[in-house]
Structure formats: structure tokens, C-alpha cells
Write a protein that binds this ligand. Structure first.
Ligand code: DP6
Length: 356
């Protein structure tokens, strides 16, 4: 489906209220580099999470006169500092949801994970907001098919933040055209498919909070730096090739291949940061200390535990459910000491967003 097929009509406005909860996600094949309008330079693949969620409710008030408007509340308090970002999002998506111009929106949002824990909330928050918009659109156009609902929600979320496109469904999501999965699209994300090995449907993700501070370089700036990056072309080829090897491993439940590609992707992402111009480093000494510990633990205990990194110092530890007890006590006894205030979050793979 191309972008134009997502343009809806205008209708008479109605009073409406909706409430959605959308999860965060962690990429295994990393999206790093994009072109306008928010089109990725390579495919990405992610685990959808369960406990790390944003819940957003929207009250849609029909406007009898005047222009589109909104107010945004976070954790119960009016937060105008997010207005520019939300306004930019609505400007970008207005052409696809022209009916929005006849409403004032009251948006109330909260996250399940602690504020400033270093976990990016743009994916879950843009996904939750987009699902609320689609909830009203489905109310206005009741013949809408379910696949259209989810694809357009992912499409709208993508225009807010690329990784948000993958926070709509689960357990494993793919975004961006590639040769391995012919059904994939640059416009929205889709689930991996029925043939995903069961071990990955219950995979665990422990998020180790190494640093809660704000990043020296944002993801948006990092994506921009890929435009003139000397290794960009090869990086995009590498991501495609990693997906080609990861896909059969995720069907077969081959954990050795899975772990080697996931860690290669994480370190390649950070290698891109370290070789950008200007260069930057988002890992911290404790990030590397934890990686060393994981590698020793894996070699000595023969436990299939690996890590990935987001665009920051925090680590996501990934392992099958059957090793939950062993890994969780390893984290508690040996890794928590490297986390800021000993903080970590035990999450796991999930099925996607839910209506509240
Ligand atoms: C390293 O989705 O946050 O987490 O599209 O500019 O909002 P924008 O960027 P964003 O970038 C995510 C980068 C990443 C990798 C990934 O999630 O695939």
C-alpha cells in the first residue's frame, strides 16, 4: 500500500473518547539512517515489549468554529514543552486524517516506566497517540478492515518517530523494504509471521539502566549524520545481510546465530556513532563492564544470554524464558552494581498495543 491509500475523507465531527496502551520495542536489526519523509535506509526488526508501555487517552471535542487545537497532559499535569513535537506530528499527518481539523483534542498520557530512566518513550507514545486517532477514524468509517486499522496506525506512528511504527503489534515486527521478506513496506511495520519459532514469543528482555541522563546526540541527529557517513552504504548492506541470516534463525530457534547477529547489530550501530563526523560515544564504562560480564557468563555457564543496545548507554539483555531464574539472579548478584541506582526493568516480548 502506498502513502496515498491512507488518505481518508472528512466527515461531520462527533464527540468521542478513546484510550490505548502501546508498548516500547527494542530493535535487533537497527534502523539508523533515513530519508524524507521518514523513510528508513534499511529494514529493521524488533521485539515488542510488554511492561514498558505508554497509556494515552484522547477526548475529541467537535469544533463548531475555530481551528484544530490540542492540550497535552503528562502524568496528570499540563505539559506545554511537548507541544512543538506534537504540533509537528499533526502537521505531518493532517493530509492523511483531514477530519482532524474539526476537533480540539485533550491528550492525557503516562508511562509505566520511570520518567527519565533513559528509556526512550517516543516509540510507545507516538504509537499510543496514533492508535487513538485510528480509533476515532474507525468510528467514523465503521467498514474499516482490521488490517487497514493496524497498518495505518503504524504508518501514522512512523511519521511521529520511525521506531514507533513497530510498537503497534507483536511479538516481532519488521519495518522497511527488503529482499528477505517480500511483504515488507517502508510505509509501516508488519509482524514477522506465523512461522516465528515459539522460543522468541516468550523471550525475556532485562533493561539495565546504566545512565539516565539525556543523550549527548539525539537519534534524530544520529540519523542525519548517516547522510554523509563514509561507511553508510556498507552499513545498509550489512543490515540487509544480517536480516537474511537472522530470519531463518528466528524460524528455526537457532540461538547461536540469533545471539551473534543481535550483538553484531548492536555494536555496528555504536560503531556508526563512533565514526560519524562529528563522532560521539553513547556507551559508558559500565556498558562495557556489563558486556564483558555477559560474555564470561555465557562462556562458563552455557546460558544463551546476549545483549543489544539502544541509542544510549543502557543494555537490553535477551534470553529464553526457561533461563529466567538463572539470568535474573546473575543480574541481581553481578550486574545491578553497574546500573545507576541499581536500577533495571524485567520485561518480556509481547503481542502489541491494547485498547484500555
Ligand atoms: C537506535 O525512531 O528514535 O533505536 O525516526 O528520528 O524518531 P526518529 O528516530 P528513532 O530512532 C531509533 C534508533 C534506534 C534503532 C531502532 O529502534 O531501530
Amino acid at each position: 500500500m502506498d502513502a496515498n491509500s491512507f488518505i481518508s475523507n472528512t466527515t461531520n465531527p462527533v464527540a468521542y473518547h478513546s484510550n490505548w496502551e502501546a508498548p516500547s520495542n527494542i530493535a535487533l536489526i537497527k534502523y539508523w539512517g533515513k530519508k524524507a519523509p521518514q523513510i528508513p535506509n534499511n529494514t529493521s526488526l524488533s521485539f515488542t515489549l510488554t511492561k514498558s508501555v505508554t497509556q494515552t487517552e484522547v477526548t475529541f471535542k467537535p469544533l463548531l468554529s475555530g481551528n484544530f487545537d490540542f492540550s497535552f497532559y503528562f502524568d496528570g499535569a499540563l505539559k506545554s514543552e511537548f507541544n512543538d513535537k506534537i504540533q509537528t506530528f499533526f502537521k505531518r499527518i493532517e493530509i492523511y486524517i483531514p477530519w482532524i481539523k474539526q476537533y480540539k483534542l485533550i491528550i492525557k498520557s503516562q508511562n509505566s516506566f520511570p520518567h527519565s530512566s533513559g528509556i526512550a518513550s517516543s516509540a510507545s507514545s507516538m504509537a499510543a497517540l496514533s492508535l487513538n486517532l485510528m480509533d476515532l477514524e474507525r468510528h467514523l468509517f465503521p467498514k474499516m478492515e482490521e488490517s487497514f486499522f493496524y497498518q495505518k496506525a503504524s504508518f501514522l506512528a512512523r511519521l511521529g518517530s520511525g521506531s514507533a511504527s513497530r510498537s503497534i503489534q507483536g511479538p516481532v515486527m519488521l519495518w522497511g523494504k527488503n529482499d528477505t521478506f517480500s511483504f515488507c513496506s517502508d510505509q509501516y511495520a508488519l509482524p514477522f509471521g506465523e512461522d516465528l519459532h515459539p522460543v522468541f514469543k516468550k523471550f525475556q528482555d532485562a533493561i539495565l539502566i546504566v545512565d539516565k541522563g539525556s543523550k549527548v546526540v539525539s537519534s534524530t541527529q544520529g540519523h542525519y549524520l548517516m547522510q554523509s557517513h563514509p561507511f553508510a552504504a556498507n552499513r545498509f548492506l550489512q543490515a540487509a545481510s544480517n536480516l537474511e541470516f537472522l530470519a531463518p534463525a528466528m524460524r528455526a530457534g537457532d540461538l547461536d546465530v540469533f545471539m551473534s547477529i543481535v550483538e553484531l547489530e548492536a555494536l555496528s550501530l555504536h560503531a556508526m556513532m563512533m565514526t560519524s563526523s562529528p563522532y560521539f560515544i553513547l556507551m559508558k564504562p559500565n556498558t562495557l563492564a556489563i558486556i564483558e560480564k555477559i560474555w564470561t557468563f555465557r562462556a562458563t555457564k552455557k546460558v544463551p544470554l546476549c545483549f543489544t543496545l539502544d541509542a544510549g548507554a543502557n543494555l537490553h539483555l535477551l534470553y529464553p524464558m526457561e533461563f529466567k531464574k538463572t539470568v535474573n539472579s546473575f543480574i541481581q548478584q553481578e550486574l545491578a552494581v553497574f546500573c545507576q541506582n541499581g536500577q533495571y526493568i524485567l520485561d518480556h516480548v509481547g503481542l502489541g498495543a491494547k485498547k484500555v
